[in-house]
Design a protein around this ligand. Structure first.
Ligand code: SF4
Length: 309
């Protein structure tokens, strides 16, 4: 197997982390690197541990995405949904399991398979009623999806028109999405051919935010370069399950130029934090990646123990 290297790449999450806090970015994209190895330095092991942490909103998002993925792969592969109770599947396999594993601190055995949960680790445990409500909200998001006109349409679709159902990231150089030779991480939740165009969908469990359009446009790049659609033949949608609202964001040649220029600017910023650009070697932690002063952000940060905040 080829040796993993820490290459400089672009993702919307990476840019959000950098915007939130440079020190957090350093922990997430540099200090943690190699921290999974038995002989890794202690500071890398610690950063790796916190990089695997999740919290309740993330857990809900993950559970909803995985359940929709299971429903759609069943539909695609068997033309029927074999899950008897998607709401129960979501709770049992993701929410309850992850929570209980974290309560038992199974992350001591494998942090990759049993992530620590922020609310437990930092003793912010919600009340049993709040936890129950969270489970109900997640199940409600699935019920919204399964009760939607869109889902009825999907059931009737010719499944050979489906281009992707929550694909796994590929680390194979030949299939990575590249822009000017640089790796871009952008994978849509769902894509299909519809009336000669490509539809890209992203399931949202949180509220709308300013980054959503950028994220969906990065998926449009994926559709253009992977399946060969022109920008005018790509449509991008966010499905906000909490409010059962579908938002279509504009996609055309101009918007694609915008996202490409934005990614170029982002790479310039990221490269400015390096002493060796081809080697992706960061500048000094204390000089280029300072901690922030806003303690309310630190209060929610997975790495707060490393910063003693
Ligand atoms: S605890 Fe605060 S300063 Fe430290 S990484 Fe997190 S957000 Fe940044």
């Amino acid at each position: 197997m080829a040796k993993l290297t820490n290459e400089l790449s672009w993702s919307r999450t990476r840019m959000s982390t950098l915007k939130t806090c440079r020190r957090q970015y350093y922990y997430q994209y540099y200090q943690k690197w190699g921290g999974w190895g038995w002989d890794a330095p202690e500071e890398s092991r610690q950063a790796y541990f916190f990089s695997k942490m999740t919290n309740l909103p993330m857990l809900v998002g993950h559970a909803v995405h995985e359940t929709i993925k299971r429903v759609l792969t069943d539909l695609r592969d068997f033309n029927e949904v074999r899950l008897e109770d998607p709401g129960l599947y979501l709770r049992k396999n993701f929410l309850t399991k992850t929570w209980k594993d974290a309560e038992q601190e199974l992350w001591r055995k494998s942090v990759k398979n049993h992530p620590p949960v922020f609310e437990l680790y930092y003793q912010r445990q919600p009340s049993p009623a709040a936890l129950k409500q969270m489970g109900a909200n997640a199940a409600e998001a699935i019920a919204t999806f399964l009760g939607s006109d869109f889902y009825i349409e999907l059931m009737k679709d010719n499944k050979s028109d489906w281009l992707a159902v929550d694909p796994e990231p590929s680390f194979d150089e030949s299939t990575k999405l590249k822009l000017k030779g640089r790796t871009i991480w952008a994978l849509p939740d769902f894509a299909r051919r519809k009336d000669g165009k490509c539809e890209i969908w992203d399931w949202k469990t949180g509220r709308k935010n300013e980054h959503d359009e950028l994220q969906l446009l990065s998926y449009a790049l994926y559709a253009r370069d992977t399946w060969g659609f022109t920008p005018e033949d790509i449509r991008v949608f966010g499905y906000y399950l909490k409010n059962n609202e579908i938002v279509e964001y504009p996609c055309n040649g101009e918007r694609m130029e915008f996202i490409e220029a934005e990614i170029d600017r982002n790479f310039e910023t990221l490269q400015g934090l390096l002493t060796d650009i081809p080697g992706n070697v960061p500048k000094d932690k204390n000089e280029a990646f300072p901690m922030i002063e806003d303690l309310s952000t630190c209060d929610q940060c997975f790495y707060r123990q490393l910063c003693d905040r």
